[in-house]
Design a protein around this ligand. Structure first.
Ligand code: UN1
Length: 502
């Protein structure tokens, strides 16, 4: 028996915030379709106060040495290890993803904590040779200022961790606006970070704050010049709105938006690896990852056997209670998401698609939106396939020529993740080359989802262009200063300019 929502919250030490507030949010758990616990929404005045507190926190944090800033994140990593099971249960209650995947999400948080702690001793800039004698140039990376994090329901804790852990070691406090679907996940993480900071002094006061509410808070954060960087994860529509507002004040935004990810199965593909990768990428998190596989391009010579294997795999998927380890797929986030899944299937059929299996409602838990993942054969890529449907619907298209398959893969507005299954070096290299996939992520012989934190995560075109998490994504959270130092006794001008003596 899974712990109840209230039990999980109490184990995590989160107090229920019903209060006497009039403006409240009442999230509905996808697990059973029932409301969890109402909580008050923050007013614009409260957000304004949070931003002012974040500014003061910034003034303290930017003069705190980076390895000391790393210490709070090291402690957060330890607390996450202790509370992994409970936080994962809360993730399942609020997002509906199966418990195994929730554990994986918390593991991503732990991994990025470790990464950020190491980084806290490696924030380094270049030195550059100068064209002038007795001069030296160098780059320094300085803290940027308060960061706003706007996150989505499907990764309600990991995306905050990717941003917040790096931002804090880089010297920036954060203000987090979680999805209204997953506010208690945010309060639980906030509580853990507050615990991690206990005893470390006032440098870490207000290092993270959470604001609960809807689009008006996101807009206020996007418009506020005291917030130099806004990191937003969610739909392309949301990201475009946020990005435009931030750009109007010439602020910076870090956008991780919709994907429409494709996988190519070539003639030489290792069949059993491909089937496993396709199924997990397409149905994991009930098709509600930004990295979920949505389009499959299969070489004509492999079509029959792959179709048969996928139909077999899809028909043996178990859909049901995300807390029960027997089930592969949990509920969709809402009945509205289920409606959009059904409508998209209808439109795909009208455009020549043939539903091979799935797509039917399943009796799950209570009144949750449980549906079988759908597998659809499309003779060719049509208009519907250019749109991201945030549900487990996989389109399968045949191809004859690899270059045409890559062109079809790239023909959509989004550019997050992509993969090829091949045992031919030339095909793999072509796919990863400048002539290949135009996505931020291009994998060989693994699926489109489940990226590790060590790489830079994000994509091109309508995906927004941002990169988060590993590699040098930390540079997003800092400002670069170029310093030129003259240690000589003359003042030669750059570009050889001879300015007449005064
Ligand atoms: C998301 O769906 O917003 O690569 C993030 C993955 C995960 C992250 C997904 N590590 O599937």
């Amino acid at each position: 028996m899974a712990a109840t929502f209230a039990e999980v919250l109490s184990k995590l030490g989160v107090t229920l915030l019903s209060g006497g507030a009039t403006d409240v949010l009442t999230p509905v758990s996808p697990v059973n379709g029932l409301p969890t616990q109402a909580l008050p929404v923050h007013s614009p005045a409260e957000l304004d106060h949070m931003i002012a507190s974040a500014q003061s926190a910034f003034h303290r944090l930017r003069v705190t040495p980076a390895p000391v800033r790393g210490e709070v994140i090291r402690r957060l990593g330890l607390l996450l290890r202790t509370h992994k099971a409970d936080l994962a249960a809360l993730v399942t209650w609020e997002s509906g993803k199966i418990y195994q995947e929730s554990l994986g999400e918390v593991q991503e948080m732990i991994d990025v904590c470790d990464f950020a702690v190491g980084l806290s001793r490696q924030l380094c800039g270049l030195t550059i040779t100068s064209e002038r004698p007795m001069h030296r140039m160098m780059e320094q990376w300085h803290p940027l200022g308060p960061l706003a994090i706007i996150s989505a329901f499907n990764f309600p804790v990991a995306v905050w961790a990717w941003n917040a852990t790096l931002a804090v070691v880089c010297g920036n406090p954060v203000i987090w606006k979680p999805s209204p679907q997953t506010p208690y996940c945010a309060l639980a993480c906030q509580h853990l970070l507050t615990q991690a900071a206990t005893g470390l002094g006032e440098a870490f006061e207000n290092v993270s704050q959470v604001c609960i509410g809807g689009v008006h808070l996101a807009e206020a954060l996007a418009d506020d010049r005291r917030v130099p960087l806004v990191s937003a994860t969610g739909s392309t529509q949301m990201g475009r709105a946020v990005g435009e507002r931030v750009a109007r004040r010439l602020g910076r935004s870090l956008l991780e938006l919709g994907g429409n990810n494709a996988l190519i199965v070539t003639e030489s593909a290792n069949f059993s690896l491909a089937v496993r990768a396709i199924v997990f990428s397409a149905v994991g998190t009930a098709g509600q990852r930004c990295t979920s596989l949505r389009r499959l391009f299969v070489h004509q010579s492999r079509l029959g056997e792959l179709q048969a294997a996928l139909v077999q795999a899809y028909t043996s998927l178990c859909v049901g209670d995300p807390f029960d380890a027997h089930f592969h797929v949990g509920p969709l986030v809402s009945h509205a998401a289920a409606d959009s899944f059904r409508e998209t299937m209808q439109r795909a059929i009208a455009q020549g698609g043939e539903l091979l299996c799935g797509g039917k409602p399943v009796k799950g838990v209570g009144s949750g939106a449980y549906l079988e993942p759908g597998l659809m054969f499309m003779p060719q890529q049509t208009d519907i396939m250019h749109h991201e449907c945030f549900a487990p619907l996989l389109y399968m298209c045949p191809f004859l020529d690899l270059e045409a398959a890559i062109a079809a893969q790239n023909a959509v507005p989004q550019g997050l993740s992509s993969a090829i299954f091949t045992d031919k070096l030339q095909e793999a290299e072509l796919f990863m080359s400048a002539l290949g996939s135009d996505c931020g992520i291009a994998n060989v012989n693994i699926g489109t989802s489940g990226a590790e934190i060590g790489g830079a995560f994000g994509g091109e075109k309508d995906t927004g262009g941002g990169r988060e998490s590993g590699s040098d994504a930390w540079k997003n959270y800092m400002r670069r200063a170029t310093n030129t130092i003259n240690y000589g006794s003359q003042l030669p001008l750059a570009q050889g300019i001879e300015f007449p003596k005064l």
